[in-house]
Ligand binder design. Structure first.
Ligand SMILES: [Mg+2]
Length: 233
């Protein structure tokens, strides 16, 4: 890299932890508890509904509570269950999951042990499930700080999310930070919104074809590529 960044902001879901896998098991466990027969189609349908709610939240069309109350309403009707209770079950199941993406823990350990950069986790999500998964996975031992949207009172891509991090780190110079994440609509759009450099990361090497007008400074299609980019031995 031609620039010397002082701090790394690392996204958590699908950058380090396998949210999709955790989400799937948390959803399946609800059906198990209710005595329903789980099929992959049910999860795919839930995942699609949840993604749509998150997109609406990122666009500011709904608030967090509307997301939490709304994403189970379709299943609640089908199963004759209370949507708020379903969401509670889901959150409790999710908070126990410790699913890393393959290679992520080794990468993060090497990065942390190198002491080249302070490593901050910068994630959207509710404190309860994020901290549950951080504790279950042991992720905190490799991070110098953890920033969660619910605790900051602002979510990626809102520039306020990053401003609050600058305050906590005690450095307001945006050029000292590098945002690393898998999601254009939150990580990259957020970095763009405040003038921060960014890395679009794809653990499986598959990048979106359309960058949707986002400016991406670096690409990394594996942890090895990310490690090389960050010049970590
Ligand atoms: Mg992510």
């Amino acid at each position: 890299m031609d620039k010397n960044y002082k701090y790394l902001l690392l996204d958590m879901d699908m950058t380090l932890l396998n949210f999709k896998k955790s989400e799937k098991y948390a959803f399946k466990e609800i059906m198990d508890i209710l005595g329903l027969t789980y099929t992959e189609d049910d999860y795919v349908r839930y995942s699609h509904i949840n993604d749509e709610f998150w997109k609406r939240l990122e666009k500011g069309l709904i608030n967090r509570q509307q997301l939490l109350d709304g994403r189970f309403s379709e299943f609640a009707e089908e199963w004759g269950a209370d949507p708020v209770r379903l969401n509670e079950m889901f959150i409790n199941n999710l908070a126990k999951r410790n699913d890393w993406l393959p290679g992520a823990e080794d990468f993060l350990k090497v990065l942390h042990d190198s002491k080249k950069y302070p490593v901050y986790i910068a994630t959207n999500g509710p404190i309860f499930t994020v901290m549950g998964r951080i504790n279950a996975s042991g992720l905190a031992q490799y991070a110098d700080g953890i920033f969660i949207s619910e605790a900051l009172g602002a979510s990626k891509p809102d520039p306020a999310f990053f401003e609050k991090i600058f305050e906590k780190v005690g450095d307001h110079d945006v050029s000292n930070y590098l945002m690393i994440g898998d999601r254009l609509s939150s990580d990259i759009k957020g970095a763009n919104s405040i003038g921060m450099d960014s890395v679009l990361f794809a653990y499986d090497g598959i990048f979106p074809e359309d960058l949707k007008g986002c400016k991406v400074d670096h690409f990394a299609g594996s942890y090895k590529e990310l490690q090389d980019l960050l010049e970590v031995p």
